[in-house]
Design a protein around this ligand. Structure first.
Ligand code: PMP
Length: 401
C-alpha cells in the first residue's frame, strides 16, 4: 500500500520573487468518492432544537472539550447496555478513564500518538497490514516508528490469525499495537470474539499497549454494544488501553469533526495526571475543539427517545450495507462469474476487499469508468440497488477478459 511520504523541508530564501520560490507540490491526498452523505433525521431534529436555543453562546470550549460529551461518550464503548440501569464499568466507576473531546477520529488518534511520543518509553507502533491509509501519516507525524503485523491473507481473503498471533508474539516489549475495534478498514474482516480474547491474553502477557481505533461502532452488527466488545474486553480487564472514537460514520457527522480520545489508566491518580498532560498537547495543536458536533452528540446520548431514534437509524444504515452486499453477491452468482464471491457477504461494515487485482481494477476504470482503490477495496455504502447491476456486469467482464 502506498502511503503519503513526509515532505522534504523547504529551503526558504529571498531572491526578489517569492519567499516560497522553491516550495514543491505536496503529493496528492487520495479522496474516495463515498456517495452522497445522508443526514440522519435525529440529527436534523436536534439541530432544530439547537438553533432555537437562544441562550446558547459561541464561547470557547475548554481545551479538553465539552465535559458532558466526554462523560457520555466513554459510556458508548465501555458500558453501553448497562448505562441506563447501573454504571457498571470498573474503569469508569473508579475514575480511571480520561476522555477528551477531539477533532474527530483523526485528531483523536493524533493526540494519542503525540501523548505516547512524549510520555511513553516505547516508540514503536504495530499497525495491521493493510490498514486505513491515514494511520501511518497520523502516527508517524507524532514521531513514532511504524511496524506492521500480519492481519489479512490475500490468498484466502480471511483473517491471517496465525500470522497476527506470531507477529504480536514477537513484537518489541511494550510496543503499541493499533487495532480496529470493528469493521476493519479496508478489508471488512474482523476477529471473532474468541479470537479477540486470545489477542487480549497475548497483549497482556507480552505487556503490549493496545490502541483501539473505533470509527464504525454500530455499523457492523447494527448494535453498538456488540461492536464495542473488543474494546470492553481490554477496557475492563484492569489494564491500560487507548481508544479513539469517531462519530463521522455512525452519526453521519463527517464534516462536524467530532470524536474523542479515551485513555484507560491503572489508577485515578494516573488518570488525573494524564489529563493534565493531554491539555499541554492539545493547546498548541488546535487550542480547543469545536462546539456544534459535540452539542449534537451530547443531546442524542443523554435523551432516551433521541438515543432510541439514533440506534434505529443506525441499524437501518447497517441493514442497507448488508442488503447491498447480498445484492452484489447474488448478481455475481446469477451471472456465473468465475470464482467464489462469498467473501463479499462474509465481510462486515462499510468496506469490502473484493479480491479484484490491480489489472482488473484498471480494466473497470478504463472500460466502465468505475473508480476504486487499486487494492480492490470498495465502500459498500457508495453502492445502491440501482448501481449494483452495472458494477456486477463490470466485475464479470473484468474477470472473464
Ligand atoms: N479510522 C478509520 C479506520 C477510518 O476509516 C477513518 C475514516 N475513514 C478514520 C479513522 C477517521 O475518521 P474521521 O476523522 O472522519 O472521524
Amino acid at each position: 500500500m502506498e502511503y503519503l511520504k513526509p515532505m522534504e523541508p523547504t529551503r526558504i530564501h529571498s531572491n526578489g520573487d517569492s519567499l516560497f520560490q522553491d516550495i514543491t507540490f505536496a503529493p496528492d491526498i487520495p479522496v474516495y468518492a463515498e456517495g452522497k452523505c445522508h443526514t440522519l433525521n435525529v440529527v436534523k431534529q436536534v439541530e432544530q432544537t439547537l438553533a432555537n436555543d437562544l441562550s446558547a453562546d459561541k464561547e470557547y470550549l475548554p481545551i479538553t472539550g465539552m465535559p458532558e460529551f466526554n462523560k457520555l461518550t466513554e459510556v458508548v464503548f465501555l458500558l453501553l447496555a448497562a448505562y441506563i440501569i447501573v454504571r457498571k464499568s470498573p474503569a469508569i466507576k473508579e475514575s480511571r478513564v480520561v476522555t477528551v473531546q477531539c477533532v474527530s477520529g483523526c485528531l483523536s488518534l493524533r493526540v494519542g500518538a503525540e501523548f505516547l511520543a512524549k510520555h511513553y518509553h516505547q516508540h514503536v507502533v504495530y499497525l495491521p497490514e493493510p490498514t486505513y491509509g491515514n494511520h501511518p501519516n497520523l502516527i508517524s507525524a507524532a514521531g513514532l516508528t511504524l511496524k506492521t503485523y500480519r492481519y489479512y491473507d490475500p490468498k484466502t481473503l480471511v483473517l491471517d490469525f496465525q500470522g497476527l498471533l506470531e507477529d504480536l508474539g514477537s513484537a518489541l516489549t511494550g510496543a503499541i499495537v493499533l487495532f480496529h475495534a470493528c469493521g476493519h478498514n479496508p478489508t471488512g474482516v474482523d476477529p471473532t470474539c474468541q479470537q479477540w480474547e486470545q489477542i487480549r491474553q497475548l497483549v497482556r502477557q507480552r505487556g503490549l499497549l493496545p490502541f483501539f481505533d473505533c470509527a464504525y461502532q454500530g455499523l457492523v452488527s447494527g448494535n453498538l454494544d456488540d461492536d464495542a466488545q473488543s474494546i470492553r474486553m481490554f477496557g475492563c480487564d484492569g489494564g491500560e488501553c487507548f481508544v479513539a472514537q469517531s462519530y463521522s460514520k455512525n452519526m453521519g457527522l463527517y464534516g462536524e469533526r467530532i470524536g474523542s480520545l479515551s485513555i484507560v489508566c491503572k489508577t485515578a491518580d494516573v488518570a488525573r495526571r494524564v489529563e493534565s498532560q493531554l491539555k499541554l498537547i492539545i493547546r498548541p495543536l488546535y487550542s480547543n475543539p469545536p462546539i456544534h458536533g459535540a452539542a449534537i452528540v451530547t443531546a442524542i446520548l443523554k435523551d432516551r427517545d433521541l438515543y432510541q431514534k439514533w440506534t434505529n437509524e443506525l441499524k437501518a444504515m447497517r441493514d442497507r450495507l448488508v442488503q447491498v452486499r447480498r445484492q452484489l453477491y447474488d448478481s455475481l452468482c446469477n451471472k456465473g462469474t468465475p470464482g467464489d464471491w462469498s467473501h463479499i457477504i462474509k465481510q462486515v461494515g462499510m468496506y469490502s476487499f473484493t479480491g479484484l487485482n490491480k489489472d482488473q481494477v484498471d480494466f473497470l476504470t478504463r472500460e466502465y469508468h468505475i473508480y476504486m482503490s487499486s487494492d480492490g477495496r470498495i465502500n459498500i455504502g457508495g453502492l445502491s440497488s440501482k448501481t449494483v447491476p452495472y458494477f456486477a456486469d463490470a466485475i464479470h467482464d473484468a474477470v472473464i477478459s
